[in-house]
Write a protein that binds this ligand. Structure first.
Ligand SMILES: Nc1ncnc2c1ncn2[C@@H]1O[C@H](COP(=O)(O)OP(=O)(O)OP(=O)(O)O)[C@@H](O)[C@H]1O
Length: 609
């Protein structure tokens, strides 16, 4: 069995979808009935609409039902233009895709700007408005009576038969799902997964949460518009009732049933809907009640749909017969010898920048968390920030990173003033950080998690990624090589293909530092990075932090482990009750009277308890 599983792993992941795609296109020649061909055609159309929802909901984590509006836009635009302007299927597919992209952008901007559930709400109202708008535009759409007289589809001047029309629809569907596959298996797919599971992490990696969500929603509008254009030719008749709330819920049900967070889940969900409930004429009457019950059950029992269940089964089989061993690696030799960039082949020099905060103040209601703190951290040095619990250390890091607005004061990175800048802009200015609890999205391998650190510093556009253009391939190769180097340096390269979120806490911390390092930071902020680590792991971590310092980065270390701080730090800054009470070398701080009284006294009390 193990050999069978290993043999299965050697088959490229695109092979099965390719075979199924060819079968779908060739279906008319495989002896299927006209009825089955129509069902396959409708499945393709519903799958296109559903895949748009999968992209925004499943991948970007933004529930938005607006695909129905984009579908209607494509359908009515195609119907109208085919009757009154030019009847060319390909041209109208392109025009409909462009029009629905515009509808996606217009409806997405306000919804996403307002944040929270606003896009879900605005797109929901948009769907409710679709039949009304169609009736209002009666002159062009035929209103409640419907649009009649849509001609037979033509392609480059040739009239399409029902079979050739089916072939065109299935080819377009296969092309779209290839686009979708290339998108979600590219660096953008990992960025979307990070965004979906942790917008905080995404912005700390330099990703603009708003822009990426809007892009996913707007790109998801394209297949809906294309599907609309194709649908206009199916019965050559359009009626407002085809684009109402029931369709929106059908699409949502298909996405959830198939698996919204899956490339081909939309096809599975659409096929089940078309072959099941949508075939029955009685279903229409009870559709909303049945969908309501189904969504509650499916949402609870099969959160990732049928595609998710299949993936889980495959993973279980792999774990059972083909599991990589998760153990800590020995400290890599690159960290052993004398310090200095020249002696560390794995860690190229990093461009550090001075961090300077001046007069930083922050209040939370009546609580003064920071009362005008001024301090600096220099490139090529480890600056430790210590102090009792609640003294304002994490608040200071959060303000540098742009999570909190400053009440007063300035923050500079080198020559750039980043006071008040959004988190993703701070990250793009060269600030990387780790969190008190390492953040790793599920279903992401260690390699992908670390490569996510390079997403923004080496950004490649979506089109290049989808078309796998040379610059995308070059960047993907460079990502792979650098990830391997960083993982080797951290000593976890043997875990590259293991799911990052499943690693033990200590290893997760090392991988988190690797991710921060992958972005080649000017300033690296480490928030209680040693907590939860055993002696060996702390030693390895200390070596790694020294290596990063020696490569030239400005390292800021917020840490409660005083022994580690004394060992590592070049400079120590001590905070107490939101004020800077001392600054100096480890030797000076160790004997500083105020530090002894206000910080070390507290630490000893805690230790004695
Ligand atoms: N978002 C917030 N809302 C309200 N109060 C907050 C918030 N964040 C921090 N505080 C308060 O500000 C003060 C400073 O907290 P902060 O987390 O910066 O301290 P710290 O030095 O990092 O502590 P620790 O070592 O326990 O992490 C604390 O009194 C804390 O309760």
């Amino acid at each position: 069995m193990a050999t069978f599983v290993q043999r299965l792993r050697t088959i490229p992941s695109w092979a099965l979808p390719l075979v199924l795609g060819v079968l779908l296109i060739a279906a008319p020649w495989l002896g299927i009935s006209a009825d089955t061909r129509r069902l396959l055609l409708l499945t393709c159309i519903l799958a296109l609409v559903t895949s748009g929802l999968s992209l925004s909901f499943g991948y970007a984590g933004e529930l938005a039902l607006g695909q129905t509006a984009m579908y209607a836009t494509g359908a009515y635009l195609t119907g109208y233009l085919a009757m009154h302007w030019i009847n060319d299927l390909l041209l109208l597919v392109v025009v409909s895709a462009a029009a629905s992209l515009i509808v996606g952008l217009i409806s997405g901007v306000p919804g996403l700007r307002l944040g929270g559930w606003s896009l879900a709400m605005t797109s929901f109202f948009l769907v409710l408005l679709v039949p009304e708008i169609i009736e209002l535009l009666e002159e062009y759409t035929g209103g409640a009576v419907g649009m009649v007289g849509i001609p037979h589809p033509r392609l480059f001047g040739h009239k399409l038969t029902t079979v050739t029309f089916y072939v065109v629809v299935s080819v377009i569907t296969v092309i779209w799902f290839t686009v979708m596959r290339n998108l979600v298996t590219s660096r953008h797919g990992v960025a979307l997964q990070v965004l979906r599971q942790s917008p905080v992490l995404a912005s700390s990696l330099g990703i603009s949460v708003y822009r990426l969500k809007l892009t996913a929603y707007a790109v998801g509008a394209i297949p809906a518009g294309i599907a609309g254009a194709l649908f206009a030719y199916v019965d050559k008749y359009l009626s407002p009732s085809s684009f109402g709330f029931t369709l929106a819920v059908t699409v949502l049900a298909a996405a959830i049933l198939g698996g919204a967070k899956s490339i081909y889940g939309a096809l599975i969900g659409a096929a089940i809907m078309q072959y099941g409930p949508l075939r029955s004429t009685d279903f229409e009457q009870y559709a909303q009640v049945i969908y309501g019950v189904f969504l509650i059950i499916a949402g609870t029992l099969v959160a990732n749909g049928l595609a998710g269940l299949a993936n889980r089964a495959i993973r279980l089989a792999r774990d059972r017969w083909d599991r990589p061993v998760v153990t800590a690696a020995p400290i890599p030799s690159t960290l052993d010898g004398p310090t200095g960039p020249a002696e560390r082949p794995g860690l190229a020099p990093l461009p550090g920048a001075r961090l300077e905060v001046s007069g930083l103040m922050k209040r939370f209601g009546g609580l003064q968390a920071l009362g005008g703190v001024s301090l600096t951290a220099e490139p090529g040095q480890i600056t430790a920030l210590i102090g009792p619990n609640g003294s304002g250390k994490t608040t200071l890091l959060n303000m540098v990173c742009g999570y909190y607005r400053t009440d007063a004061g300035t923050i500079r990175i080198g020559a750039s003033d980043i006071t008040g800048a959004k988190t993703y802009r701070v990250a793009r200015a060269g600030v990387s950080r780790t969190f008190q609890t390492p953040l790793f999205p599920e279903d992401i391998s260690v390699r992908e998690a670390v490569a996510a650190g390079m997403y923004m510093p080496r950004y490649v556009g979506m089109l290049s990624s989808i078309l796998r253009l040379p610059n995308y391939r070059r960047t993907a190769r460079a990502d792979r090589a650098e990830t391997t180097t960083v993982l080797r340096l951290v000593g976890v390269d043997h875990l590259a293909d293991v799911e990052a979120a499943s690693l033990p806490a200590g290893t997760r911390r090392l991988v988190e530092v690797a991710r921060a390092l992958a972005s080649r930071p000017k300033v690296l902020l480490l928030d209680e990075v040693a907590s939860g680590l055993d002696e060996d792991e702390i030693e390895r971590l200390a070596d790694l932090i020294r290596a990063i310092r020696d490569a030239g980065t400005t390292v800021v270390l917020v840490e409660h482990n005083f022994k580690l701080v004394l060992e590592l730090a070049d400079v120590i800054r001590v905070l107490a009750q939101g004020e800077l009470i001392a600054s100096g070398t480890p030797a000076e701080i160790e004997n500083h009277p105020r530090v002894l009284a206000e910080y070390l006294g507290v630490q000893q009390e805690v230790a004695q308890q």
